[in-house]
Every structure is written in structure tokens, then in C-alpha cells.
Design a binder for this molecule. Sequence first.
Ligand SMILES: Nc1ncnc2c1ncn2[C@@H]1O[C@H](COP(=O)(O)OP(=O)(O)OP(=O)(O)O)[C@@H](O)[C@H]1O
Ligand SMILES: [Mg+2]
Length: 250
Amino acid sequence: MSIICSEKFSLYYGNKLAVNQVSMEVKTGGVTAIIGPSGCGKSSFLRSINRMNELIPNTRVEGRLMVRGQNVYDKKIDLVTLRRQVGMVFQRPNPFPKSIFDNIAYGPRLQGVRSRTTLGGIVETCLKKAALWEEVKETLSKSALALSGGQQQRLCIARALATQPGVLLMDEPCSALDPIATGKIEELIVALKEQYTIVIVTHNMQQAARISDRTAFFCLGELIEYNDTNTIFTNPSNPQTEAYITGRFG
Ligand SMILES: Nc1ncnc2c1ncn2[C@@H]1O[C@H](COP(=O)(O)OP(=O)(O)OP(=O)(O)O)[C@@H](O)[C@H]1O
Ligand SMILES: [Mg+2]
């Protein structure tokens, strides 16, 4: 069963076509990596899945993009619910200027959870899932801004998990981090993929090869090739994919 399914999905910024008739299915569970040269529409496609693109003026979409069988561009879709189900982690860690506890409790509070005990349980579970609990359990009331970059990114992942999403979108989540922090996030992604469907945009091809099950190669807004990661990296069908993964362009 596919949890995400795009059918000839296109996205325009004004007249500029950024995503061109992409048809792609993402199976439930596992990690799907999106790779491709700068400007090829990776982030645009990713942001389309939870309609984050709508924060940018003059965007227009064509085709269909389904999450769990529902077209996310259907007028009846409730955006708050959609973004709760489809969480997002960005390139730069973006904790709220609040305590560690309040960052994680933010989403559940919006959903109406008031009990301090329940919130405490959610905070602990999510920090454990994000492999941050041991480092912060004594300092939950301290500002999240005082954490290191890698810790902040794990906090942002914990915050995304707190609304119990089925899907986690990650746009270059390690690009602002050092190799050690990157390694931790990669381990975390691999641990989370049993429970969540993860779609990650990355410029780091070793990273895509290390952590993803399937890889999609985008070029100039189009989906060129999509297959098991191993096939994409060892035996791609398309010459453009091969040129990109062997470093001859992009
Ligand atoms: N807010 C915007 N307004 C207008 N055009 C945009 C906007 N964001 C992106 N674009 C254009 O859409 C195209 C796809 O951009 P996108 O950011 O999706 O690429 P990308 O593959 O994520 O690139 P990178 O690897 O550099 O992050 C590019 O030509 C870009 O210039
Ligand atoms: Mg991008």
C-alpha cells in the first residue's frame, strides 16, 4: 500500500514550472531519498506533500497528490490535520524560543492536551525516540536555543513526532551539522523508519546510499528514475542518473 502517491503532479511559482508531471508512489514505512542537482525541484516536491508551498505566494499545482488515498489539494482537506499527519524537518534546526519541554508539548497542546502528566509522558517518549532524552532529561525547562545544532535538530525531530505523524518529510536535515551530529541523525532515521514513512531530500549521495531503501532522482523538475536504492547506485537505467551518481554532472 502506498502512503503517498503523486499522479502527474506539477507545481508552478508564477509562470515558473518547478515540478513537472511527477508520478511517484511511496510505500508505507522505510526511507525514500530524493536526490538531484540544485534547483531540480526536490524541496518543492517535498513541500508539496504537506502543502508547505502554499506559504509562498503565487504557487499553483496541477495533477494529484494523495496521502493515504486522499488528495491533499482537495478543498475539504484540513491543513492543520494534514500537517499533523505529515511532519516536516528543515535544513536549519528551527526550535521555538521556548523551553525544551514546551517545544515538544507545543503540538499536543494545540490538539487540546492539557494534563501535565500526559504532556510529560509525550515529551519523554518523543525525546527517547529522537535519541535526545539522556542528554536533556535534567534540563527540560531550559531554553531549546541553548542546545547544540545537532541536539536542536533532534529536538525538531522529537517535536515533529509529538503529533504522531505517519509521514516525516526531511529537507537536507544534516546539511548544517558536523559529521558526528550527522551520524546521530542518520542512526535516528534508520531507527524511526520501522514506525514512520520518511522522505528525505539530500545532496549527500553517500547518505542516500547509507540510509534509504528507495531513491528518486530528479532533474529539471522531472522524476527521471525511481527504484531501490541499491539499483539506483549500482545499476541505474537512465544515463542521466548514472552521470549524476558518478559525479559527471550536478
Ligand atoms: N519561492 C520561490 N519562488 C520562485 N521560484 C522558486 C521558489 N523556490 C524555488 N523556486 C524555483 O523552483 C525551482 C526548484 O527549486 P527547489 O528549491 O525545489 O530546488 P531543489 O532541488 O530543492 O534545489 P537545492 O538542491 O538547491 O535545494 C528552482 O528553479 C527555483 O529557482
Ligand atoms: Mg532544496
